[in-house]
Design a protein around this ligand. Structure first.
Ligand SMILES: Cc1cc2nc3c(=O)[nH]c(=O)nc-3n(C[C@H](O)[C@H](O)[C@H](O)COP(=O)(O)O)c2cc1C
Length: 474
């Protein structure tokens, strides 16, 4: 029996940003025996907004964070606090000026993971989106302080993951120029927190990179072992291009073909002797049949996204959830892939829903801008006097701003501010900001509104879920 088969659940409830996989959803699934996963995306805005609205549960959990300064800063957004009406800061290149935004990301990740872990002994993971490079280190640090059970990393190849965790647990300051695959200089000072003893007392989390081809799996295995002797993933999540959110670039750079299909690399990855989960390749929408099919081919289990995104506990806005399920029931739900839309440069799946940014006429009315900053990347700008200045850029910025910061105009074409769109989709943006629904192709098979429990029971069987629930009761 493989390591994962003995110690890991058969079902992963996927980490879907922003706040689709919220703590409520992950809490509901992990207590039933799935690996419940929260998403790191957007948490620096979401958690302070919960605090700002006076959410007692969030405030109570925030107060358990072990370093007082972080708690004071987050709670300064609460009613009556000195930052209550101020904008939530975004990261900037200057280490001192950018530190507050980083600390807010840290405690926000902590709160979200702790909230998902409350009241049961099930496993909770966090999906750290690698392309949100500036929040990678803070999200990992906050989740480690919460005693997270697993890190899942998508939208990028997390070459530094084991090294980051090792160094954080030793209390080191971190600086990567760049974080592999992101062209972004990331850095964070944690030594002054004196948190090493606390981190060292937490169990080592499982590491599950989410990848979409054999070459990256092989390269990651070699790189991890080189950077941290003996480091190996606990499992690979192999994500096919039918999955929601971002997809890997097609091999031919234009359209997905046979070479991109999971069937073309699944067996080769299996031969690497690392346990494998499958995502985004579900003929039956992410059901028991899909679990048994992939287990029959040698996988440990499956990672299911779309069905959970449409479940009652997800963070997807109720009106959007209802419209999506209705369209699916009527057989009119479409899931399209746009190669240009995402500032990351990765293809992105979306639903062309009227009145949302999936509707070209709504998209055409959008003003460009970057005020949330999750997809910023860094670059060095040579100034008139020959010295270099670090700046942050996003191709969804106004074109002239992007070009003045050294960007190539062609890069801006077709880009949309996904940060604003996805926060609106989860109900965490101003009411006039349009949403954008992302879903996997299997979403079209979800035709009724189910609870997370019904989805988990359908995949694992009610009997297995009852056993898990007894075992995982706090
Ligand atoms: C609404 C939505 C948002 C997603 N966001 C992310 C994300 O932020 N990071 C990530 O690694 N995968 C993301 N995914 C992909 C899922 O993690 C998962 O691999 C995939 O949805 C599984 O396929 P399925 O949707 O057919 O069940 C997202 C999927 C959906 C449906």
């Amino acid at each position: 029996m493989s390591l994962a088969a003995g110690t890991m659940p058969e079902l992963i409830q996927a980490g879907m940003g922003a706040h689709i996989s919220c703590a409520r959803l992950a809490n509901a699934t992990s207590r039933l025996g799935a690996l419940g996963v929260v998403s790191s995306v957007g948490l620096r805005h979401i958690v302070p907004q919960q605090v700002r609205s006076g959410d007692a549960h969030t405030i109570e959990i925030a107060k358990t964070f072990p370093i007082a300064r972080y708690v004071e800063e987050l709670l300064s957004f609460a009613p009556g606090g000195k930052r209550h009406t101020r904008a939530i800061p975004i990261d900037v290149p200057d280490a001192v000026k950018g530190a507050l935004a980083k600390r807010l990301s840290v405690i926000s990740a902590y709160v979200e993971v702790m909230r998902a872990k409350r009241g049961h002994k099930g496993m909770v993971g966090i999906n750290v989106m690698w392309k949100c490079a500036l929040t990678v280190l803070p999200s990992i640090y906050g989740a480690l302080l919460a005693g997270v059970d697993a890190f899942l990393c998508g939208a990028g190849v997390p070459m530094e993951l084991p090294e980051i965790i090792k160094r954080m647990r030793e209390g080191d300051n971190l600086d990567y120029e760049p974080l592999t695959g992101t062209s972004t200089h990331v850095h964070m000072s944690i030594a002054e927190d004196e948190s090493a003893a606390l981190l060292g007392s937490k169990p080592m989390p499982k590491l599950l990179p989410i990848l979409s081809n054999f070459a990256f799996c092989k390269r990651l295995l070699d790189t991890w072992n080189k950077r941290v002797h003996g480091a190996r993933p606990d499992a690979f999540v192999l994500e096919n291009h039918a999955a929601g959110g971002h997809n890997a670039q097609p091999r031919n750079k234009t359209a997905f073909g046979e070479a991109d299909d999971i069937n073309s690399y699944f067996d080769k990855v299996l031969a690497l002797d690392v346990p494998v989960y499958v995502a985004g390749a579900f003929e039956h929408g992410g059901s028991r049949k899909d679990l048994l099919y992939w287990q029959g081919r040698g996988a440990v289990g499956i990672q299911v996204g779309s069905r959970f995104a449409l479940s009652q506990e997800s963070g997807l806005r109720d009106d959007l959830k209802k419209r999506t399920i209705k369209a699916s029931r009527e057989g009119t739900l479409q899931v399209l892939t746009d190669a240009r839309l995402s500032p990351t440069g990765f293809p992105f799946k979306y639903v062309p829903m009227e009145g949302t940014l999936g509707d070209q006429s709504v998209r055409d009315q959008q003003k460009r801008g970057c005020d949330l900053g999750y997809l910023l990347t860094s670059r060095k700008l040579t100034q008139a006097d020959g010295t270099e200045r670090e700046v942050y850029v996003c191709p969804a910025m106004p074109e002239d701003q992007y070009v003045s910061l050294g960007g190539d105009l062609a890069e801006t074409e077709g880009r949309l501010c996904l940060c604003n769109a996805l926060l609106a989709t989860a109900g965490y943006n101003k009411p006039d900001r349009p949403a954008l629904v992302t879903l996997g192709e299997s979403g079209a098979m979800t035709k009724e509104s189910l609870t997370a429990r019904q989805v988990v029971e359908d995949i694992l069987t009610p009997e297995r879920v009852a056993e898990n629930e007894d075992r995982l009761r706090a």
